[in-house]
Design a protein around this ligand. Sequence first.
Ligand code: CA
Length: 234
Amino acid sequence: MKTKILLVEDDDLLRRSLAYRLEQEGYAVATAETGDAGLLAARLDRPDLALVDIGLPGINGIDLARMLLREMSLPLIFLTARRQETDVVIGLELGAEDYIAKPFGMRELLARIRVALRHKLAAATLPVEAPIVAGGVELDPAGREVRVRGERCDLSPKEFDILRLLMANAGVVLSANYLLDAVWGPGYAGALQVLYVHIGWLRQKIEEDPRGPRLIQTVRGVGYKFVAEGATAP
Ligand code: CA
């Protein structure tokens, strides 16, 4: 079955050309010109991903995203004009996956779409049950046990799930919203404070120096990554 993309954009030329290119890439595309029509289309079609222009007549893109993400779990990418970048921050806090500033190249948009869809897939099928060993940490998904530098470490279920995702993707930055969605579920999209607090607790438990964390590194404005010892800090 084709991957379904909902495109909500009021600029006729852009909407038509994007829809055409996306169909050429093998996606099934539903389009809407307004926020209201976008919401209806999303409810009917249950798209796998939404591309949402921020400046829309009627319900604007931010409000549309708020409604969509409350109702369904899907990656949402904003299409935005440069002057709307403060809106984008609000949108990402709501749980949107990404944004792309106009004018953008098709190749870049397609790459962002593929990443967003991969995240969705990764969240649905959590990584393998084999133990993961990196940076002095041993994590056993089956037994839900963690040893840090040889010593047993008690983690809460959420702390365990966060660490498991970070370790399974060692070296790769996971966005804050991706972690929230994968560990807490869509209802928590945008609850960044919840994640910050848990990352803090996790660092207290696994880092040699929680104030100068080496294993769980913050990538400012994006999220977190697990770095095994010996790797250089960014
Ligand atoms: Ca517009």
